[in-house]
Design a protein around this ligand. Sequence first.
Ligand code: DGI
Ligand code: FE
Ligand code: FE
Ligand code: FE
Length: 187
Amino acid sequence: MNREQMIESVKSQMPEKRWKHVEGVMETSIILAGRFGEDPVKAELAAILHDVAKYWPIAKMEQIIREQQLDQGLLNHDKALWHAEVGYWVAEHEYGVKDQEVLDAIRYHTSGRVGMTKLDKVVCLADYMEPGRDFPGVDRIRELSETSLEQALIAGFDSTISFLLEKGNRIYPLTVESRNDLIEQQK
Ligand code: DGI
Ligand code: FE
Ligand code: FE
Ligand code: FE
């Protein structure tokens, strides 16, 4: 499947507004890759596919996580996290992505992970700060991204954690561990 076919396929699986978000993440991932020395082609590929499963039925996501022996622990956490894990599987098995770095950037785009690669960071940060995003603190994240991938991403995770605290939602432990690990890396 070529790039254009992939784009058409992903686009057809989500509402127009979400596709605009994906385009924003593509554009921002390429900029951040250029700024911080990552491969823009890999960054764009991960961006195209990162939310491919976002609008899939919950039951279908659950089935794939169970049957394809993905991270079963996710089933005990918020369903909002599932699309990243399912997207990881779909990218490999339905879109033929073979590059493990690209696959991992999709898998960890929501939670991050301990020991995030530069590509993980680029895609995760682009997801927070693409031009269509508007939430308290987003401009500060954009400002920090001018100079530090890590500082910007820490601010991104902080905003997610604050948002979850305010809503009284559970916090996925990996999100906190990713934030702590980035702070540790800054020392
Ligand atoms: O898919 P997007 O909306 O572009 O962004 P995302 O994949 O970063 O986040 C998807 C949703 O997941 C968002 O509404 C917030 C939620 N989320 C992110 N981290 C956590 C989380 N939800 C819980 N419960 N715990 C988390 O750590
Ligand atoms: Fe997502
Ligand atoms: Fe994200
Ligand atoms: Fe996204």
